[in-house]
Design a protein around this ligand. Structure first.
Ligand code: DQA
Length: 152
């Protein structure tokens, strides 16, 4: 089975974007970390990034269908700023029946007020934030637990 990891807007700039908040690792570094985590759990990785909300909606619909067909074990979603704005992403998760770990590199609750609200948390299966890019590996471990039935 495959873990789908979706990254939203501006995450292509990781490494140079506000390193005091997001760290020095590039998105390619995150992809490598995810690959290692998946390998450890005997899962394959499908890792994507888009700056476009509609593209993320399309991918979430694909995730729901893939899950139903047994291809995807679950989805790790860092929707970035769309977390705080997008009813469309929430509806896609709910409508397509996607098992999602909502992920943030930073501790969004220790930041500006507008980052405290997420449209996605209520439809996510779990939420992970504040562990830096290491959170991606932790989220993949959670998805691996869903796949084996060890984790609700
Ligand atoms: C983020 C947090 C969001 O508030 C922000 O808009 C991002 C990244 C994170 O990973 O910490 O772009 O999702």
């Amino acid at each position: 089975q495959t873990v789908l990891v979706l990254n939203g807007p501006n995450l292509n700039l990781l490494g140079t974007r506000e390193p005091g908040i997001y760290g020095a690792q590039t998105l390619d570094g995150v992809r490598q970390l995810c690959e290692a985590a998946c390998r450890q759990h005997g899962l394959a990785l499908d890792f994507r990034q888009s700056n476009h909300e509609g593209q993320l909606v399309d991918w979430l619909q694909e995730a729901g269908a893939g899950e139903a067909g047994g291809k995807f074990a679950g989805t790790v979603l860092n929707a970035a700023a769309y977390t705080h704005t997008s009813v469309a992403l929430r509806d896609a998760i709910k409508g397509a029946g996607v098992s999602v770990v909502e992920l943030h590199i930073s501790n969004v609750h220790a930041r500006e007020e507008f980052r405290h609200h997420s449209y996605l948390s209520a439809v996510a299966r779990g939420v992970m934030f504040g562990f830096g890019t290491a959170g991606y590996a932790l989220a993949i471990a959670a998805v691996a637990g869903w796949a084996t039935g060890e984790q609700k």
